[in-house]
Design a protein around this ligand. Structure first.
Ligand SMILES: C[S@@+](CC[C@H](N)C(=O)[O-])C[C@H]1O[C@@H](n2cnc3c(N)ncnc32)[C@H](O)[C@@H]1O
Length: 245
């Protein structure tokens, strides 16, 4: 099982720390997009966390199943109204299997990068393909690697600089590794939280999809289907499983 970086301390403040992403302006376009793809089928969320997307999607009448490593994150989800509609399996979403076949599987908010090796990311695509019904779709929302912002020879880039939060990304370019360091003020003192990621290119994701028998159907810069360009900082991509197994 991969290391769990979303333990009690992270889970306790997750919703407050990501408050903007819980607002309807952020959530509604995601839910519209996923509900369209789900149609009358079911949805599988990898890294369901505290239910930011799963709960409103389930409120639209779509059966949702979630997978997550973190008991602490899932405990927050289970404490929310509507959570009784959602089945959750504790496990690694690269390998964990669940009952049923799904019209759509989704992995949002850069969570594919929580898998810190190429092998794990490849396994995740295969695991998703195995859970999709014929014609089903896999949706990923993830940043475009921010290497153009890294001057030659530098390995660290600041992404947050406020009196209560300092954030630095540390790149290991040779290995597509990234560690996000967060220094946050807690009880008047800075505390450090460092989280490892593996950044991944859009074309590499397309190849992982192809290895798992899926093909790219759509790529957008955001959930409102904004055009994806060379300047887009993130993408929302949809791969499709063939209509026949
Ligand atoms: C950034 S949070 C996103 C949560 C939720 N999807 C959202 O949009 O708010 C990432 C979640 O993925 C889970 N996670 C990370 N790596 C995982 C893995 N290998 N298997 C299962 N869950 C994982 C974490 O525990 C956490 O709940």
């Amino acid at each position: 099982m991969p290391e769990n970086h979303f333990g009690e301390a992270v889970a306790a403040s997750y919703d407050d720390d990501s408050a903007d992403l819980f607002q309807p302006a952020a959530v509604d376009p995601v839910v519209d997009f996923l509900a369209d793809l789900a149609g009358s089928g079911a949805a599988l969320e990898l890294g369901i966390g505290t239910g930011r997307i799963a709960l409103p999607l389930a409120r639209r009448g779509i059966p949702v199943h979630g997978i997550d490593l973190s008991e602490a994150m899932v405990a927050r989800l289970r404490a929310k109204p509507g959570a009784e509609q959602i089945d959750v399996t504790i496990g690694d979403f690269a390998t964990t299997t669940v009952e049923g076949r799904f019209a759509v599987a989704y992995l949002v908010f850069n969570t594919i990068e929580n898998l810190t090796s190429q092998d794990q990311q490849v396994a995740c695509f295969q695991n998703v393909a195995d859970h999709l019904e014929p014609g089903g779709c896999f949706v990923i929302e993830v940043e475009v690697p921010q290497l153009q912002r890294l001057p030659p020879g530098e390995t660290v880039r600041a992404f947050a600089l406020t009196p209560t939060h300092l954030g630095f990304d540390e790149f290991d370019v040779a290995n597509q590794g990234l560690i996000s360091h967060h220094y946050s003020v807690v009880d008047g003192k800075f505390e450090l939280l460092s989280m490892p990621f593996r950044y991944v290119w859009p074309s590499e994701l397309d190849l992982m999809a192809r290895l798992a028998g899926m093909t790219l159907r759509e790529r957008w810069a955001g959930w409102r289907r904004e055009p994806f360009t060379s300047d887009s900082p993130k993408h929302v991509s949809v791969w499709e499983k063939p209509a026949r197994d």
